[in-house]
Design a protein around this ligand. Sequence first.
Ligand code: ATP
Length: 305
Amino acid sequence: MGALQGGLYLKAKIKGYAKINLLLDVLRKRNDGYHDVQMIMQAIDLYDEIIIQSAETNRLWLTTANIPNDESNLAMQAALLMQKNFSQVPPLAIELKKNIPVAAGLAGGSTDGAAVLLGIKTLFHLECSMDKLLQLAAQLGSDVPFCLSGPTALASGRGEILTALAECPRLYLVLVKPPFGVSTAEIYGHLNTAEIKDRPDFDYYCQALQTQNSKIILSHMSNALERSTFALYPDVAETKRQLQQLGAKYVLMSGSGPTVFCAFQEKIEAETFYKKAKEYFQEIYFSQTITATELKERVSISDES
Ligand code: ATP
């Protein structure tokens, strides 16, 4: 049973897009245990598919067994948060088709949480400003506000303070996920911020986005967490090395890993590389950065037929 509107039972279908980090710096450890970070985050065209409709009781259907299917799932947490804040939101049935690899550094859980917030707001025509939705998103997790607003933003604080940036020119991506997950908390726990020597120049990078200078955007990508992840999981460093050896020039780990991505300005170059790399890696994805227009179209409302 969907939301009854004009005699029709409606459901919301939402694409929850993954992200990569083009720049990631960790400034300091805070008293609350989190770290202050600075990141340039970019939404990419790899997405989970979520369907929301009203039901007798809250239920969650998953297409994968490797994430929780109870109230700890970020999709269900988002639904509970909306029900707590908006009395008109009924019990919900949520279907979640996972395409984004889990514990991969691609914000898979966060994007599901953001997608459910947005889907519920749209389906039930809630009077909820974007600011209010962003506040709710921050309660779910540090990356959730970005997943809600994207597609290119500077994130600071613990990642939840966002400044929208000029849209990244289209980049084509080949992502390789090593055959294990990484816990973000473990990577931060192992990090000594005093050891981070080369700090990226965010102003310079933002200007490159402003002027759509793909060469600078590609050649100045960096991630301060690579050192920590590589020390704990040498296979991630090895994956990066192999991708470089296969000929990718711009290769970086995303978030706390273990996914490593290769970025290209030209689609044909990325496609050729993808075909070659597929011979060597089991879990490999072809993707691209997405635009604000594409992100705006992520929610659709339909009747049940
Ligand atoms: P980030 O890049 O934000 O650090 P990640 O991409 O590395 O996150 P996730 O895919 O979000 O990691 O998974 C982290 C953990 O979150 C998983 O081990 C899983 O148990 C839990 N989780 C809860 N809800 C979800 C969800 N909807 N999708 C994936 N993982 C979820």
